[in-house]
Write a new protein. Structure first.
Length: 299
């Protein structure tokens, strides 16, 4: 069977895109490996109508709604290869099964490269976060620590003063110029130069000199990259952003390869559930338009 569209990645952006397509009665195959980026978080915030709901519940409800449409096919599998060309793509999964489609939509998300601080990864999504709009309110204006990792940490420290008392833990990873220091101090940010030994308890930072700083929560600015190399292997161009590497797309969610589209975290910054859903909804409409008017979507 040849599908109209194969969506690689069945998280929020992928499902939002698929919804637009099945409502246009297009044959859509969603292939998902079950690795949502926010699977470590207990609750999702900032998404209108779903504020405070566990992210797994949001995803499960969305999938149930999608599966009510007869033109949807869902496969829980890992994609190993994508080959072919416009109107004749082949997607091969790890079990060796090949699926054909006229269009490909990458909604496969990104991988977070977390700071190499002992104890941080175990608390990711629970007491260590990256998005203040998603998790800042719940810290109840308490003490917030920024784990230094990149120049974005300076931006995080300045912004998060809206949510609590902020300490920037430089940790040898961030250069604080005199100008930046003055700016942070004007915002009331404390700057801690002592390296971090580990993170303990809920969000307690143990420093190399033995001191322990207690926080309501911690924030980090991880570098991101596509969760797999499938699109790059097809020849899709990448681009550098302040947050890391993503697929380069045009206004219509097109990648640099004809017939291949991308949406969600793998194709845009910044990242959140609500922004991923919006990106997916737009991408689904654009993919559908490319099937109706292919001449306007060919590079």
């Amino acid at each position: 069977m040849q599908h109209d569209v194969i969506v690689i990645g069945g998280s929020y952006s992928g499902m939002a895109a698929a919804l637009q397509l099945v409502r246009a009665r297009r044959a859509v195959l969603v292939i998902d490996a079950g690795e949502r980026r926010n699977r470590f978080a207990s609750h999702s915030h900032g998404f209108l109508g779903q504020d405070g709901v566990p992210p797994g519940e949001i995803a499960a409800q969305a999938r149930r709604q999608l599966e009510a449409y007869p033109t949807l096919t869902w496969r829980e599998a890992r994609v190993e290869a994508v080959t072919g060309r416009l109107d004749d793509f082949v997607v091969t999964t790890a079990d060796g099964i090949a699926h054909r489609a006229r269009r490909i939509l990458f909604a496969s998300g990104v991988a977070d490269q977390l700071p190499a601080v002992p104890g941080l990864a175990e608390r990711w999504g629970q007491s260590v976060f990256h998005c203040p709009y998603c998790h800042g309110y719940e810290l109840d204006q308490g003490r917030i620590g920024i784990v230094g990792s990149s120049p974005l940490s300076l931006h995080q420290a300045e912004l998060l003063t809206e949510w609590g008392d902020v300490t920037l833990l430089v940790n040898g990873a961030v250069e604080v110029s005199p100008e930046a220091r003055a700016k942070l101090e004007r915002r009331g940010v404390a700057i801690e130069p002592t390296p971090i030994d580990r993170i303990a308890g809920h969000a307690n930072v143990v420093l190399a000199d033995g001191r322990q700083l207690l926080f309501a929560g911690l924030f980090a600015a991880p570098r991101t990259s596509p969760s797999n190399a499938l699109a790059e292997g097809m020849g899709c161009a990448l681009e550098e952003t302040p947050m890391g590497i993503q697929l380069r797309t045009e206004a219509e969610n097109k990648t640099s390869v004809a017939g291949v589209f991308a949406c969600g975290d793998v194709a845009r910054v910044p990242h959140s559930v609500s922004l991923a859903v919006g990106s997916g909804a737009m991408a689904g409409a654009q993919v559908h338009r490319s099937l109706v008017w292919p001449e306007t979507f060919t590079p």
